[in-house]
Design a protein around this ligand. Structure first.
Ligand SMILES: CC(C)(COP(=O)(O)OP(=O)(O)OC[C@H]1O[C@@H](n2cnc3c(N)ncnc32)[C@H](O)[C@@H]1OP(=O)(O)O)[C@@H](O)C(=O)NCCC(=O)NCCS
Length: 249
């Protein structure tokens, strides 16, 4: 059971020091909380939610967007529907007129991660069971240097190693907001060592050093990465539960 005081404590820590909170949400936990979640959405988000043909995609969208609004409302101490969430040119969501709190969202199947920090950041989550044509993806999306890194590390737990590299690359693309358009701007490594996560950034090995990476396993068979161009001292992994959302309403 989460009391109001416990919740307040979790959100009272400032982002003035370089740190991040990564919230993990399992949409399956919220199947009985649909009405509460819907009450957080803006009109256009409700329209988008109603239009999903696939029930799981709808449930994941609802938990992700309502979760984002709930968490923002806790950090900012404002009502969940009071923010305008807009998107940058390449699709990165941001809150209008908010300059000291950054966030990014990722979802895969029923799992969602939402990261918050005082600096621009990106997150990506992937399901390790996802069936993909590794060879084709490597050829299409990864540079020869990245493919060499894959050749070096692929023997150890192939799926995990592949999605470790994939989530790193996506997290960087999402941190800058470029999305797929920025694919060639970063070269990541498949090495387990986080210190070696990026090989080059915009063609420079020195620029790669300033990037910070964090890796987590938000649920069994899921892997996620956070990327930020500022080194973070502390990263907290937190789980959003239905009773927290109900307590906050
Ligand atoms: C859209 C993209 C940013 C991520 O897409 P994805 O990995 O399929 O999906 P994720 O769940 O991780 O992220 C989607 C969320 O990121 C956010 N997002 C969308 N565009 C974004 C951008 N340019 N920058 C940062 N965040 C973005 C949104 O919140 C979105 O969720 P929503 O649509 O429910 O609001 C982009 O990188 C992409 O098109 N990737 C395709 C995957 C691929 O081929 N990768 C190549 C191998 S590395």
């Amino acid at each position: 059971m989460h009391t109001h005081d416990e919740l307040k404590l979790a959100f009272s820590i400032e982002f003035s020091e370089p740190r991040a909170d990564i919230w993990v949400i399992d949409a399956k936990d919220f199947t009985d909380s649909t009405d509460v979640l819907r009450s957080f959405l803006a009109e256009d988000e409700l329209v988008r939610y109603e239009r999903f043909a696939c029930q799981q995609s709808a449930a994941t969208y609802l938990a992700a967007r309502a979760g984002l609004r709930f968490l923002l409302s806790c950090y900012l101490n404002l009502p969940a529907r009071s923010f305008v969430i807009k998107t940058e040119a390449n699709g990165k969501p941001f809150v209008e007129n908010l300059y000291n709190l950054y966030f990014n969202v990722s979802h895969s199947s029923h799992m969602i991660v939402i990261a918050f920090a005082g600096n621009r950041l990106g997150v990506d989550i992937e399901h390790l069971e996802r069936k993909v044509d590794l060879a084709a993806i490597l050829r299409r999306f990864f540079s020869p240097t990245e493919q060499s890194s894959w050749a070096q590390y692929q023997q150890a737990d192939t799926q995990r190693t592949f999605f470790r590299g994939w989530t790193r690359k996506e997290a960087v693309l999402k941190a800058t907001g470029e999305g797929i358009a920025g694919l060639a701007h970063n070269e990541i490594s498949f090495a387990p060592d986080l210190q070696k996560a990026m090989i080059s950034y915009c063609g420079s090995k020195d620029a790669a050093v300033s990037w910070f990476f964090y890796e987590l396993e938000p649920a069994p068979d899921f892997i996620a990465a956070l990327a930020c161009q500022v080194s973070l001292n502390v990263v907290r992994e937190l789980r959003l539960l239905p009773e927290m959302v109900s307590a906050g309403t």
